[in-house]
Design a protein around this ligand. Structure first.
Ligand code: UN1
Length: 513
């Protein structure tokens, strides 16, 4: 897309142009660059963005350190005011940003808008939090002493995000990091730089309205692995938050650990739901359909494994197969579409490989085929796949980022929980049951081993108020609500002696004369 082109814009290019314009993104930041950006809706190239290199990243880190040094001295409730203004910008531009998410990622419009709502919600949460950054007071064992904890800003926070939630994940991290007194550096997915540019433009408007935000408080670094490595290896960045695949997280986690940095990892999920004999099957069917097929199976919380009690299997699974056969697949901008395209050809191929592996192991596959929409050869629409299996074979233990739901039969809750926990990932989980004992057992220490465990709702679509993240190969990090903010701060334990004596802890004596 050169600016001197004379050909008419395609309808998608036209829409991107007008959305970026109304979101305040200058054309210089998305035209004539080196990295092509495609819309999965048609597969066409919609932008060419300039990229940063390692030297550019190092300069950005320098700016970020200076911004942090100024920002940490601003009272936290005042820092909250900047985040409140960001929330206002997001409210005012929700429709445009939501539509841009749909164009760049291919998720249906209600989900694009929902993603922006998630950003607004975390801004509101962070504004309240800016007046609640509290520490404990602790009973001292020594007379005339007081102990307490204070929480301090920690430094620049690097935020590495994935394509599938191209803007919300940044906001969970950035809104908290900013009220905590940190600066932020964002490396978005190479597949979704346009929505990142739009958010950066909205942040800059909020900063302008705020009036006194230090320059470089929130910076965007569009680039590839070189930029990622520059951020993970830089000792001036104490916290790196990374969302994406387990493969990526292993690299980031190791590199950050090597320099004793802190990483917040939110990696692959392989989420399951158990359906017990007492379940409300109508409700379960709807919950499973959204969790497994929504966002074309491209959420880290997507339902990928369904463990159904043999007593209800033959009632539920045929109904589910029918829903898979009739779900509306198409242009995600059109009302009525529930399933948009996969992000790209590679995602399609990974999906087909997983289905081949399942077939080879005796799986009965319903759906999964490519669906032609609008005659776009480079767009990858698929019918979601339901795969009935007799055992939890190897491929089921991998996260395939596509709409595949593996269905397994079980004889009771102990077997269901065993199957449930028998994968390397541990993000989200759920049980459909009306039996209180089963629900509580699933939520107990002997139940689900995931960071998120739900009853009578699917594993996806978490609210921002809870801590978000999971165990095992999911990486152990927590983002978003509850006390996740603590990972973005430095904890200091303070002991204050207000007596005239100097008793030592543990009764130690050390008298120098
Ligand atoms: C992700 O896919 O990385 O719980 C995040 C959910 C959303 C966030 C998903 N709130 O499905």
């Amino acid at each position: 897309m050169a600016t001197n082109e004379t050909r008419a814009l395609t309808p998608v290019e036209d829409e991107v142009l007008s959305l970026l314009h109304s979101l305040g993104v200058p054309e210089t930041s998305w035209r004539n660059g080196t990295r092509p950006v495609r819309s999965p809706i048609t597969g066409e190239v919609i932008a060419q963005v300039p990229e940063a290199d390692a030297a550019g990243a190092a300069l950005a880190v320098e700016r970020s350190v200076a911004a942090y040094e100024a920002w940490r001295a601003v009272p936290a409730p005042r820092r909250g005011e900047l985040v409140r203004l960001l929330g206002e910008e997001l409210r005012a531009h929700k429709t445009e940003l939501g539509r841009l998410v749909t164009l760049e990622v291919g998720k249906v419009l209600s989900e694009g808008l929902g993603e922006v709502q998630e950003m607004i919600d975390i801004c509101d949460f962070a504004v309240g939090l800016s007046r609640q950054l509290y520490g404990l007071t602790i009973a001292s064992e020594r007379p005339g002493h007081r102990m307490m904890e204070t929480w301090h800003p920690v430094g620049p926070v690097a935020i590495i995000t994935a394509f599938n939630f191209p803007v919300a994940v940044w906001s969970w991290n950035a809104a908290l990091a900013l009220v905590c007194g940190n600066s932020v550096l964002w490396k978005p997915s190479e597949k979704t730089p346009l929505t990142a540019l739009a958010v950066q433009a909205l942040f800059e408007r909020a900063a302008h309205a705020f009036g006194s935000a230090p320059e470089g408080l929130s910076q965007l670094l569009i680039g590839g692995a070189e930029v990622g490595a520059a951020l993970t290896d830089d000792t001036r960045i104490p916290v790196v938050s990374a969302t994406g695949s387990t493969r990526m997280g292993r690299i980031v986690g190791e590199r950050v650990a090597r320099r004793f940095g802190r990483s917040i990892l939110e990696l692959g999920g392989n989420n399951a739901a158990i359906v017990s004999p007492s379940a409300d099957l109508d409700l379960a069917l709807r919950g499973i359909a959204f969790a497994a097929m929504g966002t074309a199976g491209q959420r880290c919380t997507t339902l990928r494994r369904l463990i159904v009690h043999e007593g209800v299997y033959d009632t539920l699974v045929p109904r589910l197969a029918k829903a898979y056969g009739s779900v509306s697949i198409g242009d995600p901008r059109e009302a009525g579409t529930l399933i948009g395209p996969l992000i790209d050809q590679a995602a399609f191929e990974v999906m087909q490989d997983a289905l081949d592996a399942a077939r080879a192991a005796g799986g009965r596959v319903h759906g999964g085929e490519r669906v032609a929409i609008g005659g776009h050869a480079d767009a990858y629409y698929v019918r979601p796949a339901l795969v009935e299996l007799d055992a939890q074979i190897d491929i089921v233990k991998h996260e395939t980022f596509a709409p595949i739901l593996y269905v397994l039969r079980c004889t009771g809750l102990p077997e269901a929980i065993k199957l449930h926990n028998e994968v390397p990932q541990g993000l989200s989980s759920s049980i459909f049951t009306n039996d209180l004992r089963e629900a509580e057992a699933f939520l107990s220490a002997e139940g689900s081993d995931c960071g998120i465990a739900n009853v009578n709702i699917g594993p996806s679509g978490a609210e921002i108020g809870g801590a978000f993240g999971g165990e095992k190969e999911t990486g152990g990090g927590r983002e978003s609500g509850s006390d996740a903010w603590k990972a973005y701060m430095r904890r200091a334990t303070n002991t204050i002696n207000y007596s005239r004596a100097l008793p030592l802890a543990q009764g130690v004596s050390f008298d120098i004369d």
